[in-house]
Design a protein around this ligand. Structure first.
Ligand code: FAD
Ligand code: NAD
Length: 401
C-alpha cells in the first residue's frame, strides 16, 4: 500500500508541535509541512519585538533547524485555499497538494471588528512583520518630536486592555527611559493611554491580582480608560465613547490589541466558522470530515466547565498538536481515538522583564516570581517546538536581570 500523506498547514505552536510529535512516532507516513515563512516565531513574545526590548531574531528560529528532513518535507509557501471534498490544498505559487490527512494550524490575524480607520492608522501585533513595523513607527514618531515639537508624537494609545496590551505596556514602559536618552525626547512629556471597552480590567484574575498588575503599570505612568469602547481610528487620533459621548485622544502611535480571529483562509475555504474559528468535534476534526483536523487559533474547543470555548492560547495549541499527531497515527493503524481533553495549567502575563501576574496550578503569582514563571513557560515551549539547542540559544535565563 502507498504511504499515506499528512499535510500540516502552519508552523506555529500547533503545526510545529504536530510535526515534531509525528516525527517521533516513526510511522510510515509522508509528512509535508507548509508555512509562509522559513522560520517559526514565538507569537507569545511579539510584544517584546513591537516594543523593541528584544530583536525579532530572539523569538524566531529556522524551521529546518528543528525538523527531521529525512522524515518531513518542508514547503515555504502561502496557503490560499483548502478544498476538503477534493482533498486538495492550493498554495500561492499555484502548486497544489493532495492529502489523506490534513492538519490546519494557520493561526490568527488581528480582529478589527470593522471599526473604521483601524487598518489605516493603527498598528497590530500579530506576526513578526507587524511587530517590526509597530516598533519602527513608534521609534520614528518619538524621535520626530525634537523636530516637530508636536505633542502627538509623544502620545501613545494602546487599544484594548487584554493580555497582549498589558504585556506590551509592560515592555514599553520598561524601555522608555533608555529610549528617551537614545532618541533625545523628554520622557516626562510622554503620555501612554490604554483604552478598554469593558468596565473591568483583567476580569480573568481576582480583583486583588488584577489591581496589583494595573497599579504596576499606573506607577510607570500608564493612564487607563475603562468602559470606553473605541469607535474610530483617525490619522493621529482615537475616537472612543464615554458616558454616551464621543471623545478623542490625539496620538501619533496607536497600537491595536483588541483581540484576534482565526486565519481568513478558513472562511474563504467554506468552513463553517465564527471569527475564523471552527467548532471542532471531540477528536479535533471538522464535522463530516474525519481526516481534517483544525487546531490552534483556527479551532474552537468547548470548555464544558464554563460552557464557552477555551481561550485561544499557545498552551492549548501545543496540546492539540501533540494529540492530533497521536490521533493520526492511531487512525492510520485503524485504532480508536479517545476524545481530546484539556486542563489549563494557568495563565501568566508579563509586565516587562522583571514582573508578572498570573495563576499557576490554582496559585496566584505576582511580581518577580510571576516573571520567573513566565520565563519558565517560554523555555518549556521552546523545547516543545524547538529543541535543546534552540532553548540554549533563545531561552530566558536572565532571572536576575
Ligand atoms: P500561530 O502561532 O499564529 O502560527 C500560525 C503559523 O501559520 C505561523 O507560522 C504563520 O506564519 C503561518 N501561516 C499563517 N497563515 C498562513 C498561510 N496562509 N499559509 C502558510 N502559512 C501561514 N498564549 C499563551 O498560551 N501564553 C502566552 O503567554 C501568550 N502570549 C501571547 C502574546 C501575544 C503578544 C499574542 C499576540 C498572543 C499570545 N498568546 C499566548 C496566544 C498565542 O500566541 C496563540 O494562541 C498561538 O500562537 C496560537 O498558535 P497557532 O499555532 O494556532 O498559531
Ligand atoms: P483579548 O481578546 O484577550 O483582549 C482584547 C481586549 O480588547 C478585551 O479586553 C476587549 O474588551 C478589548 N476591546 C475589544 N474591542 C474594543 C474596542 N472597540 N475598544 C476598546 N477595547 C476593546 O485579545 P488579546 O489580548 O490580543 O489576546 C488574544 C489571545 O491570546 C487571547 O486568547 C489571550 O488569552 C491570548 N494571550 C495570552 C497571553 C498570556 O497568556 N500571557 C498574552 C497575550 C495573549
Amino acid at each position: 500500500m502507498n504511504k499515506q500523506t499528512v499535510v500540516v498547514l502552519g508552523a506555529g505552536y500547533a503545526g510545529l508541535k504536530t510535526v515534531k510529535q509525528l516525527q517521533k512516532k516513526n510511522a510510515d507516513l509522508e509528512i509535508i509541512l507548509v508555512n509562509k515563512n522559513d522560520y517559526h516565531y514565538e507569537s507569545t513574545q511579539l510584544h517584546e519585538v513591537a516594543a523593541g526590548t528584544e530583536p525579532s531574531t530572539k523569538i524566531c528560529f529556522n524551521i529546518k533547524d528543528v525538523i527531521n528532513e529525512s522524515k518531513v518535507t518542508f514547503i515555504q509557501d502561502t496557503v490560499t485555499k483548502i478544498d476538503r471534498d477534493a482533498q486538495v490544498v492550493t498554495l500561492e505559487s499555484d502548486k497544489t497538494l493532495n492529502y489523506d490527512y490534513l492538519v490546519v494550524a494557520l493561526g490568527f490575524v488581528s480582529e478589527t471588528f470593522g471599526i473604521p480607520g483601524v487598518d489605516d492608522f493603527s498598528y497590530p501585533l500579530v506576526n513578526i512583520t507587524t511587530a517590526e513595523i509597530a516598533r519602527k513607527h513608534l521609534e520614528a514618531t518619538l524621535a520626530n518630536y525634537q523636530k516637530s515639537q508636536d505633542v502627538r508624537d509623544l502620545s501613545v494609545v494602546v487599544c484594548g486592555a487584554g493580555f497582549t496590551s498589558i504585556e506590551y505596556l509592560g515592555e514599553i514602559t520598561n524601555r522608555l527611559p533608555k529610549l528617551a536618552q537614545e532618541l533625545n525626547f523628554p520622557e516626562d512629556k510622554v503620555s501612554i493611554t490604554c483604552i478598554e471597552a469593558m468596565p473591568t480590567l483583567l476580569p480573568m484574575f481576582s480583583e486583588k491580582l488584577g489591581t496589583y498588575g494595573i497599579n504596576v503599570l499606573k506607577k510607570r505612568g500608564v493612564e487607563f480608560k475603562v468602559g470606553t469602547p473605541i469607535k474610530e481610528i483617525k490619522e493621529g487620533a482615537v475616537v472612543y465613547e464615554e458616558n454616551g459621548e464621543l471623545k478623542e485622544i490625539e496620538a501619533n502611535s496607536i497600537i491595536w490589541t483588541t483581540g484576534v480571529k482565526g486565519s481568513p483562509v478558513i472562511g474563504e475555504s467554506g468552513f463553517e466558522e465564527r471569527r475564523g474559528r471552527v467548532m471542532v468535534e471531540s477528536d479535533l476534526t471538522v464535522k463530516d470530515y474525519p481526516n481534517v483536523f483544525m487546531i490552534g487559533d483556527v479551532s474552537a474547543v468547548m470548555d464544558e466547565a464554563s460552557g464557552r470555548p477555551f481561550p485561544t492560547t499557545a498552551q492549548i495549541a501545543l496540546k492539540q498538536g501533540e494529540y492530533v499527531a497521536d490521533a493520526i497515527v492511531a487512525k492510520v493503524n485503524q485504532q480508536s481515538v479517545a476524545p481530546f481533553t484539556f486542563k489549563p495549567l494557568g495563565t501568566v502575563a508579563s509586565i516587562g522583564n522583571n514582573a508578572g501576574i498570573g495563576n499557576v496550578l490554582g496559585k496566584e503569582v505576582k511580581g518577580y516570581i510571576g516573571s520567573v514563571m513566565k520565563k519558565n513557560i517560554i523555555n518549556k515551549s521552546l523545547l516543545e517546538v524547538g529543541n535543546t539547542k534552540m532553548l540554549m540559544k533563545k531561552g530566558r535565563f536572565d532571572y536576575y536581570h
